[in-house]
Design a protein around this ligand. Structure first.
Ligand SMILES: [Zn+2]
Length: 111
């Protein structure tokens, strides 16, 4: 009996490992993944931790609040901010993993 996926035979899965914390996950891709070792990437949380300080520095440089990633409940009152969309996305990611966002705050305060 041929092995087919659960009705999803259009794509392949590529294993990805986070270069920071070592978390593993899979992403869909259109070609079979040939290598034995997973591809390197950044997980959501590590992406937040990497991107946030960079954007906040930019916000300050541009004379704005360094509020990036601090949106609560998917809302930020800086509606003209050019970082609003990624900010809301990353804020949601951080909020979805409370344990990691606690670590995140700790790290941030130590800088
Ligand atoms: Zn990670």
């Amino acid at each position: 009996m041929p092995q087919r996926g659960n009705g999803n035979n259009t794509g392949y899965k590529k294993p990805v490992i986070c270069i920071v914390c070592g978390k593993k996950w899979e992403v869909a891709c259109s070609t079979p993944y040939q290598s034995n070792s997973p591809s390197s990437g950044l997980c959501d949380i590590c992406q937040v931790q990497t991107v946030t300080p960079v954007i906040r520095r930019r916000q300050l440089k541009e004379g704005n609040f360094d509020c990036f990633g601090k949106a609560v409940g998917g809302f930020c009152d800086q509606s003209n901010c050019k970082y609003l969309l990624p900010c809301l996305h990353l804020s949601a990611v951080a909020a979805s993993c409370k344990e990691s966002s606690a670590t995140f705050c700790e790290r941030e305060c130590k800088q």
